[in-house]
Design a protein around this ligand. Structure first.
Ligand code: CA
Length: 645
């Protein structure tokens, strides 16, 4: 039976008979409320209306009518705004209760959907809300809502700690000392341009009515089109989480940030999801023997190549962009989604909001092989050339080259003693575009990073390779030098730039590799450490500010790689890269020098006068540059950035 259904769902005949391109979900207005559910294999569907999101408060149960193409509808002649609902769906004689896969609001823990007039969730001034202008470079700062303000030292009032509301607060300082900015004001000083929120859709691994200290990263979607309740001040009133997430986006926009959402369309929390209960198996990939495909490591790979699943994902992205003014999307395990869908999302975002206005980036890999319909081209690293130039991928090559292979905690990269040749570093600088190891068509397809929420923080990796006693809290100068060099390389690579929040203050998770279910205290941003390591923060600040003045590195066109004019190796474990920097900035040429050598090296300079823009001591040297000619000393484990007018 199951095997037969798999072929049926994969078939063109099924798509032609049942693809249904109408808005799905519940929509209320002054004249009534309409419910639309796509359930082509159902024999019966009933709607249940409730007064609340939980508990025994059934008001009414009514049957839906089956129409064309598997669409079931019910129209009430009243405005049901504020009522909760779910469905009873009968397939093959078995009746299951399910919330609405297209729910846009829900009650506690997302168990029931909610009819909601969305306009009443708009914060004041929402119709005028606009993203700040596009900066010369994209610098993405990855933040988890709870990490951001859970530390009491954040200065955020207790009621807002770990909530969307914390993003709306200006003026917070370290332990409320009035001197050292935290949270929003801290990020403004840092100069990052895009705030990437780790999952903020409704996920299942935290009990919204439980202990407020419960923690999870949230890569386990329950309601794709509803914000997570544990980040709201009241998770039981479905309107509150919607309003508070909009308030957070509005506050970030007003403070000069664009907002990226981390979206997880590759799997669901459980396979027994609303999608599964509504149309069993349709949204999920299966192996030829009928067992669930497991390319996600969660046993619930979504079948993005099936037309109604593709519609579901596309509708969801467009909904967040439209209703919540989201400026970009980071696709978790993009390598499980298919290339035609990713390109279609790109086209639709460009068509509605203008080319390049909304960012798209993703992980170009999967946890394991997935059982997609034969012939499906997946959006992994091997198929970057088939993806639109406006779909970017995390560059694991540069990440591993700089600090060591991801999978082994003892593995070292260039900065921590692993060695590397100059040609390979030059390839990093090109954002791996046009390099044999990469595959990107242009730096627009590359996201450079050293650390993200996954795996060891950059600091923890440097401690693993540099301190046999693994003192993660300590900050010895030798490791801080490695950190600075790593950052200098990352911020001088072509392509978009990305960092895990706190990387700039030597964030540690005590050497724990994946902290998705570790306590909030391990995951939280340690605001005391952010100020204890202010020198390192300032080094990142200077690199970010300098980057905005280097058009040769910000160039995202397919020709950007040609700006690399020459590559030399002035000594072992050193590389110097000459770059054409013509464009909107004072310096026509830039020389990048990186040294992981244990002693000072004399760097020969091309003819003429060169200005020191950044060196081992400061990344703000460009503000009052000193001039050098002929040769310049390159200190052990450091970077030099020089500019010529
Ligand atoms: Ca939830």
């Amino acid at each position: 039976m199951t095997m037969g259904m798999k072929e049926h769902f994969d078939s063109r005949a099924f798509q032609e008979a049942y693809h249904c391109d109408v808005p799905l979900g519940a929509f209320c207005g002054a004249h009534g409320t309409v419910f639309r559910l796509w359930a082509p294999t159902a024999q019966a569907v009933a709607l249940r209306l409730y007064r609340a999101g939980t508990g025994e408060c059934l008001l009414e149960q009514v049957p839906l009518c089956r129409g064309d193409r598997g669409l079931w509808t019910f129209t009430a002649d009243k405005n049901l705004d504020g009522l909760y609902y779910d469905y009873l769906v009968t397939v093959d004689g078995k009746t299951r209760s399910t919330a609405d896969p297209y729910a846009r609001a829900c009650g506690l823990n997302g168990e029931r959907s909610m009819v909601l007039n969305l306009s009443r969730t708009d914060p004041e001034g929402w119709s005028d809300d606009k993203a700040p202008p596009l900066p010369p470079e994209t610098v993405i700062y990855e933040v988890h809502v709870k990490d951001f303000s859970w530390d009491p030292a954040s200065g955020v009032p207790d009621a807002f700690r770990g909530k969307f509301k914390a993003f709306c607060l200006g003026g917070t300082t370290l332990n409320g000392d009035g001197k050292h900015p935290t949270c929003l004001d801290y990020m403004k000083e840092l100069g990052v341009t895009h705030i990437q929120l780790m999952p903020v859709f409704d996920y299942g691994s935290v009990d919204e009515g439980g202990d407020p200290a419960e923690f999870n990263w949230g890569y386990d979607p329950v309601n794709y089109n509803v914000p997570e309740g544990s980040y709201a001040t009241d998770p039981s009133d479905g309107a509150v989480r919607v309003r508070e997430m909009k308030e957070a986006v509005q506050a970030l926009h007003r403070n000069g940030f664009r907002v990226i959402m981390d979206v997880v369309y590759n799997h669901t929390y459980r396979r027994d999801s609303w999608l599964w209960r509504t149309v069993p198996w349709y949204y999920y990939r299966q192996e030829p023997d009928g067992t669930p495909s497991d390319g996600s490591g969660c046993g619930s790979d979504l079948a993005s190549e099936r037309s109604m699943c593709a519609k579901y994902i596309l509708d969801s992205v467009l909904y967040w962009a439209e209703e919540y003014h989201i400026d970009g999307f980071r696709f978790d395990l993009m390598g499980l989604l298919d290339v035609p869908l990713m390109n279609r999302i790109r086209r639709e975002l460009d068509r509605r909001w203008g080319g390049g206005e909304k960012l798209m980036l993703g992980e170009p890999w999967a946890a394991a092989e997935t059982a997609a319909r034969p012939g499906t081209v997946l959006a992994g690293k091997a198929h970057l050339s088939e993806l639109d130039e406006g779909v970017s991928a995390f560059c694991d090559d540069t990440r591993d080259a700089v600090k060591g292979d991801l999978w082994s905690e003892g593995a070292a990269g260039f900065v921590n003693g692993g060695g590397l040749d100059a040609a390979r570093l030059a390839c990093c600088v090109k954002g791996w575009a046009g390099c044999a190891e990469g595959g990107a068509k242009a730096p627009s397809q590359t996201v450079n990073y050293l650390s993200c929420h996954d795996d060891w923080t950059l600091w923890d990796r440097l401690v693993c390779t540099g301190d046999p006693e693994r003192r993660f809290q300590a900050c010895p100068p030798a490791l801080l030098r490695q950190n600075r060099l790593a950052a200098a390389i990352n911020f001088t690579c072509q392509g978009h730039l990305f960092l895990l929040s706190g990387e700039e203050f030597a964030r540690t998770k005590g050497g724990i590799k994946n902290t998705y279910a570790s306590p909030a205290e391990i995951n939280q941003l340690d605001w005391n450490r952010a100020w204890a390591n202010r020198d390192l923060v300032d080094y990142y600040r200077g690199l970010i500010a300098l980057r905005m003045r280097l058009p040769g590195l910000c160039d995202k066109t397919p020709e950007a790689g040609k700006r690399v004019l020459g590559v030399t190796a002035p000594a072992g474990n050193c590389a110097a890269i000459l770059l054409d920097n013509t464009g909107d900035g004072p310096w026509k040429r830039v020389l990048l020098a990186y040294s992981a050598a244990g002693k000072a090296v004399s760097l020969p300079l091309p003819r003429g006068e060169w200005e020191v823009l950044a060196d081992a001591a400061s990344s703000f040297a460009w503000r009052k540059p000193r001039v050098v000619t002929d040769t310049v000393p390159l200190k052990p484990v450091s970077a030099l950035i020089l500019g010529q007018r």
